[in-house]
Design a protein around this ligand. Sequence first.
Ligand code: ATP
Length: 300
Amino acid sequence: MEYAVTTDRLTRVFGNFTAVDQLTLQIKPGEIYGFLGPNGSGKTTAIRMLCGILEPTSGTATVLGYDLSGETEQIKRRIGYMSQKFSLYDDLTAAENLGFYAGLYNIPRRERKSRVQEMLDMAGLTGREDELVAHLSGGWKQRLALGCAIISRPAIVFLDEPTSGVSPTSRRRFFNIISRLASEGTTVMVTTHFMDEAEYCNKIAFISSGRLMAVDTPDNLKQNVLAGCLVELDLPNAMDQLENIEQLPYVKECSVHGLLLHVLLEDESNLGLLEEYTGVPAKPITPSLEDVFIALANKN
Ligand SMILES: Nc1ncnc2c1ncn2[C@@H]1O[C@H](COP(=O)(O)OP(=O)(O)OP(=O)(O)O)[C@@H](O)[C@H]1O
């Protein structure tokens, strides 16, 4: 199979609002494919279509070689899906939740115990298997939800903002597990608002207002998306200056990054003008994914 997922002009309309607009993409087996975009840009809608739980309005798609029109049952049986609200049962223990999903996926009874143990190990939950989910903290619940989503060893797993609301350490740990899964051949499609997580992805697709704005490796996006020269300014009262700098004719974009300002100039020759205007040095920098994200979101 050349691609784990293909879509061709996949579209979903709600009333007269187009949530996903002619989305065309390909995901290779074993890839960690990041899906980035502002709130409401259509990421969840696209994933719900690919999981076979929301019907497209038009366009086509295949998941693991099965067609979204007419083969959704085959697709549902072969994928893992972790939604924004982890579908866990609070009044069951960690092991019972896994056992429940093992049954749901029709894993043969004789294999269930070892599969549950495998997921507990993967999620680092050994020793906590008998705790009620209600008593587990966010990071544990998140890894348990991942265990439930992949207990059937799906060839592809769709993760919709799996790390919202968990600590940085848990997020790091979660992505280490994701990287391991992918290195073993599982395809991972994941939405996130965290740029450090996006760095783990082999490919990033950026969508805005339902439309695909760019797709590439994180490095290529950083090198190619921003046309112009990006500089960093250490300016006192950066916030107060933002609007004035944005108005300058040679400035394409200006945004705050911690205490610093990032300014995208038309080209390098404007550097001196900016320094003269602000009175502080303008240091050319390599764009971060956040810079790319802001530039693409503003394009629409
Ligand atoms: N069932 C629905 N009926 C009407 N509108 C909907 C429905 N589902 C989603 N939408 C709208 O479609 C748009 C895209 O929503 P979606 O949840 O796909 O975005 P998202 O990129 O996942 O956002 P977020 O990052 O906030 O999760 C939003 O404006 C949303 O209100």
